[in-house]
Design a protein around this ligand. Structure first.
Ligand SMILES: Cc1cc2nc3c(=O)[nH]c(=O)nc-3n(C[C@H](O)[C@H](O)[C@H](O)COP(=O)(O)OP(=O)(O)OC[C@H]3O[C@@H](n4cnc5c(N)ncnc54)[C@H](O)[C@@H]3O)c2cc1C
Length: 386
């Protein structure tokens, strides 16, 4: 039984904070949301496209966000991954017996829809975000969803060890001269990893969201290039890793501004304590090559809300800030997050080494893996349910 004004104070302004506030509210928890409804006015709109897995889609569907988001989303039916030799790995929704491997959504639209839904959510009170320190809100639990640079996490004394990849993720929207046919494509080589995610905007059926991981200095050059030079640099990179790529993806032209984010691998040493818990990038950061960062954050939301809600039914004496209860959430999330971080980090390191024997080995490994249907099914299962 609580005497506090709120059960949970959610601190943060991104998709994870918004989703958590909505999910808690829809389960009857009294929520204070310490977040800003709009991003900074001086920053251009987020041009990233996110690959969402089926668990994230199911959560957004329960929150009634998915129908509006789906009308502007693109399903991925096939995924083609190429190495820097003859290595090739193909996944298809049909072979994996699922209706799609992922959905590609607009990052800005997702945040906007979540923000609009929050305005009408019962049990959610917007409270001011503090200039510094943790929000001064009378709540049993403080849920920290402030992203990788969280100040509240630091104030709680949590260690967030970050291994900088020395790479930045360059993102842009591209128009193609050929239809994408719902195929996501990715190329691994040293030093860059390049992904083209099929999208419908600006050209229905013939657009891509680009995610291009490059060494920091090169990424900083590339974001400043005029459109024609950017397109030439992209074409050159594709031709070098895969001479057949241009024939498959068509001529690519820039259809947005170009932005870049620093990439790191990071994990908090503790995810919970008495009256506080971490979620999303405030708890973990992974390389975007597998498109799993937000999926992991939304799985944190799903797990925290079900852990709290189950406990309210079977052990009603525990409050939302109960340390043992929060440890249960942390235990459920730490292992799958570490596993996903290990897979993405391992892949990246495997392709970062340019020595010829290793190059031959990884490409042979990819070709072999491509023949192993049960292993591929297991990998897809993990990615669909981060
Ligand atoms: C290039 C790129 C491509 C990506 N592609 C994918 C993909 O395809 N699929 C996928 O799943 N993931 C992807 N990711 C990862 C994904 O972007 C992140 O995992 C996700 O944005 C994390 O969400 P979050 O809400 O935890 O943190 P953030 O998005 O960082 O949001 C946190 C917000 O809280 C605000 N904040 C900080 N402190 C406070 C405070 N005290 N009070 C209030 N607000 C505060 C911050 O300013 C920020 O706006 C990609 C990442 C990159 C860089």
């Amino acid at each position: 039984m609580t005497t506090k004004k709120f059960d949970v104070c959610v601190s943060g302004s991104g998709a994870v904070a918004r989703c958590l506030a909505l999910a808690l509210s829809s389960n009857g928890w009294r929520v204070a949301w310490a977040g800003t409804e709009q991003g900074p006015q001086d920053r251009p709109e987020d041009i990233r496209t996110y690959a969402l897995n089926s668990r994230s889609v199911a959560l957004l569907d329960r929150l009634r966000i998915w129908p509006a988001l789906q009308s502007a989303a693109t399903p991925v039916h096939d995924m083609q991954i190429r190495g820097d030799g003859r290595g090739h790995l193909a996944f298809s929704a049909w072979q994996q017996c699922v209706s799609e491997l992922a959905w590609i959504v607009d990052a800005a639209a997702l945040e906007r829809l979540l923000g609009e839904a929050l305005k009408f959510a019962p049990h959610v009170t917007v409270v001011p975000t503090p200039a510094e320190g943790r929000p001064a809100v009378d709540a049993e639990l403080l849920a920290v969803c402030e992203g990788k640079s969280s100040a509240t996490r630091a104030a709680l004394g949590v260690d967030f060890t970050q291994a900088d990849y020395g790479h930045w993720g360059v993102a842009a929207r591209l128009r193609s001269s050929q239809p994408h046919l719902g195929v996501a494509r990715q190329w691994f080589r040293s030093p860059d990893v390049l992904a083209l995610l099929p999208f419908h905007d600006p050209e229905p059926g013939a657009s891509y969201g680009l995610v291009w991981s490059l060494p920091k200095a090169r990424a900083q050059e590339v974001v400043k290039l005029p459109a024609a030079e950017f397109e030439a640099a992209l074409r050159q990179s594709l031709d070098e890793v895969d001479p057949g790529a241009s024939a498959v993806v068509g001529a690519l032209s820039l259809a947005s501004h170009v932005a870049a984010w620093p990439l790191a691998l990071a994990q908090a040493d503790r995810w919970s304590g008495p009256g506080w818990v971490l979620l999303g990038d405030a708890a973990h950061q992974v390389h975007p090559l597998a498109g799993q960062g937000l999926n992991l954050g939304l799985a944190d939301v799903d797990t925290l809300v079900s852990t709290l809600t189950e406990s309210r039914q079977i052990e009603p004496w525990r409050t939302a800030g109960d340390e043992r209860l929060l440890r249960r959430y942390a235990r459920r999330r730490e292992l799958p997050t570490r596993a996903m971080a290990g897979v993405t980090d391992g892949l990246l390191r495997l392709f970062a080494d340019d020595r010829a024997p290793l190059k031959e080995l990884r490409n042979t490994g990819m070709a072999l893996l491509d023949q192993m249907s049960p292993v591929k099914r297991w990998l897809v299962g993990r990615a669909l349910d981060a």
